[in-house]
Write a protein that binds this ligand. Structure first.
Ligand SMILES: [Zn+2]
Ligand SMILES: [Zn+2]
Length: 228
């Protein structure tokens, strides 16, 4: 089968999502940092085989995935995390406030039940407790920022790639729901914070890639309360 991947720029690809892996999957992004690589979100895991195939098509054989960075605990982003760790031997990073739901296999808060699925218990190797945390991956860096609201422990990540500030802000759009333990006030604050990051490119979970500061700003702003 032909690998399905979309090159966003040198060393950055979309490898998971509808049209790439399973239709239910949120977007997963692969970043190469020299001899190492990182994956942002893993999809549901329903088409783990396709995800691995897509990743292999982007990386030289000797380059492995060092870190899987989860934006949050929802099934469409994190369901496949355990399979990716098994395959690559990478570590899984998530915010402590969302790690608890993955480690407990909480099908409601992870939204697995919305998909008619069971949430496997997934141990999180590195739990972020701070507002901000920086990670070295290969010859590059990824910064995590705590952006609660959509889920209690939502994170966004940034990386400086080819001179651009790339923001991985999955589920910037929400939704907010009681089952997900969403917090509307925190959500509004997080959106304002995302604007302050002044990113050049936004790699989003369900709406694709936004290029250019103005386009990123417009998308994030459209979800600010009172602006929709
Ligand atoms: Zn979500
Ligand atoms: Zn999602």
């Amino acid at each position: 089968m032909v690998p399905l991947k979309m090159k966003i720029m040198d060393d950055l690809w979309q490898v998971a999502g509808d049209g790439f892996t399973a239709p239910e999957d949120a977007a997963g992004y692969l970043i190469r940092f020299g001899k190492s690589a990182a994956l942002i979100d893993a999809g549901t895991g329903k088409r783990h085989d396709r995800l691995v195939r897509n990743i292999s098509a982007c990386l030289p054989p000797e380059t492995g995935i060092e870190c899987l960075f989860l934006t949050h605990c929802h099934y469409d982003h994190a369901g496949g995390a355990g399979g990716i760790r098994n395959h690559y031997g990478c570590r899984i990073v998530a915010h402590a406030h969302d790690a608890v739901f993955l480690e407990a296999g909480d099908g409601l808060t992870t939204a697995a039940k919305w998909y008619g699925a069971v949430q496997d218990k997934i141990a999180i190797d590195q739990k972020i407790h701070a507002e901000e945390a920086e990670f070295a991956v290969g010859d590059g860096r990824i910064t995590a920022y705590f952006c609660p609201g959509h889920s209690p422990g939502s994170l966004v990540y940034t990386a400086e790639l080819n001179g651009f500030r790339v923001l991985f802000g999955q589920d910037v759009h929400g939704p907010l729901h009681r089952d997900l333990k969403s917090d509307a006030r925190a959500y509004a604050g997080s959106l304002e914070f995302l604007l302050s990051l002044n990113a050049d490119i936004l790699c989003e979970g369900h709406f694709g890639v936004f290029r250019g500061k103005e386009s990123v700003r417009r998308f994030i702003s459209s979800y600010l309360p009172g602006r929709v």
